[in-house]
Design a protein around this ligand. Structure first.
Ligand code: IMP
Length: 178
């Protein structure tokens, strides 16, 4: 049984079925793009793990999985783009086709930092696949090759995304009450 809808949830933006459908479509795009190659999926803990699991099961090329954990520094509640790697990858990525799996690209600061860091390790190719994209809040341009949903300027939770570490387990994506 799915968890009951918490009272802090204003409305559901994407249902479990809609999410599964979009992930299958994006996984097909990824499979097409990397046909004949082997892929390394890198997920950023913790928000991306639900997306990673669903996506990886639908991708049809051979793939490996690795994880990164980061902490972001904010100043007066605003993101600074200063990110620290709290848990690094287990394996090198030199010469590999790497797909960075993100829960959400918002200002783009985190994704830009991760792209720069990973690019410095000599992968054969490097691209971003994100569950959610909120381009209206972008501060820096980052190339997002694969995206499931574009979302409006509202804080969302569920399917891995949290508010103070809660709500990650909701099977849908929902807007929080302000
Ligand atoms: P960026 O560096 O501003 O692109 O922020 C990316 C990170 O901010 C994501 O990986 C999330 O952890 C967090 N974040 C941004 N917007 C939301 C949201 O609406 N809900 C939950 N987390 C969010």
């Amino acid at each position: 049984m799915s968890p009951a809808q918490p009272p802090e949830i204003e409305r559901i933006l994407f249902t479990e079925g809609e999410i599964a459908q979009r992930i299958a479509a994006v996984a097909a795009e990824v499979s097409e793009r990397y046909r004949g190659r082997q892929l390394k999926l890198i997920a950023v803990l913790k928000g991306s793990v639900f997306f990673l699991a669903a996506l990886a099961q639908r991708i049809e090329v051979p793939l490996k999985i690795d994880f990164l954990a980061i902490s972001s520094f904010a100043s007066s509640g605003k993101p600074t783009g200063v990110v620290r790697i709290a848990k690094d990858l287990d394996e090198p990525i030199e010469g590999e086709d790497v797909l960075l799996v993100e829960d959400i690209v918002d200002t783009g600061l985190t994704a830009r930092y991760l792209l720069q860091t990973l690019a410095g390790r000599g992968p054969n190719s490097l691209a971003i696949c994100t569950l959610l994209d909120r381009t209206c809040r972008r501060l820096v341009q980052v190339p997002v090759e694969f995206r499931c949903f574009e979302i409006p300027d509202r804080f969302v939770v569920g399917f891995g995304l949290d508010y103070r570490q809660l709500y990650r387990n909701l099977p849908y994506i929902a807007v929080m009450r302000p």
